[in-house]
Design a protein around this ligand. Sequence first.
Ligand code: ADP
Ligand code: MG
Length: 258
Amino acid sequence: MTLLAAEGLRKSFGGVVAARDVSFALAAGEMLAIIGPNGAGKSTVFNMVGGQLRPDAGRVVLDGQDITGRPPRQVCRLGVGRTFQVAQTFLSFSVAGNVQMALIARHGQTRNVTADAAAMHRADALALLARVGMDGAADRPIGELAYGDVKRVELAIALAASPRLLLMDEPTAGMAPRERAALMRLAAAIARDAGIGVLFTEHDMDAVFAHADRILVLVRGSIIAQGTPEQVRADEEVRRVYLGTTGLRAALRARRHG
Ligand code: ADP
Ligand code: MG
């Protein structure tokens, strides 16, 4: 069952076509990766799906409903979550408090927050924190946590909105390689268990090929290949244009010396 369909998405900035005729489908519980060099248009595609950017052409369809051009808050309410950057969490708040705020927002209770906000959705917040392995730090200010731990809490905050689709645009940016692999493994396990569809991008190709069910390869705004990790790895054009850079260099070096 198709959860998200992107149909012929196009976006230009001045003379630069950041995305052209981008079409793909994502099923519930599926992990779909978008890879491509810097400037390929990955974030542009994320932002068109999340409502931060309105496409020049094409449609975004969520579970059969056309959500093209809806503002981010509406898109979020319809079940599209995304992991945010550190700046968007409240640094002086406790870890649990941050997740509770997200739960309060999801239940539309922002105006009802009173002196006992500290108790609101506390148990649900602790359960989400346990899911990402951070319940032990529930009462610490989030600003005291190590960077990798903040990323885990951000995942819990994203899950607090009960998304059907989760957008993760370079969720592990700035993390050490071992932490990256662990966060991706965690996100993949949670998404599978909960049947959440995930659209993600990630610089670490090992993480992409280990966790994606399918991969889209974007180059200068166009999809040049899509398929399973095996299909994409074996694709001639992908190897030539993208994965093949080091191979090409090695080949040129061999020729020079040959
Ligand atoms: P990626 O995420 O794959 O690195 P982006 O989607 O951020 O790529 O960018 C794709 C292209 O669109 C780049 O050439 C970038 O400079 C351009 N671009 C992206 N956002 C904007 C913007 N808000 N204004 C102007 N140009 C932009
Ligand atoms: Mg980007």
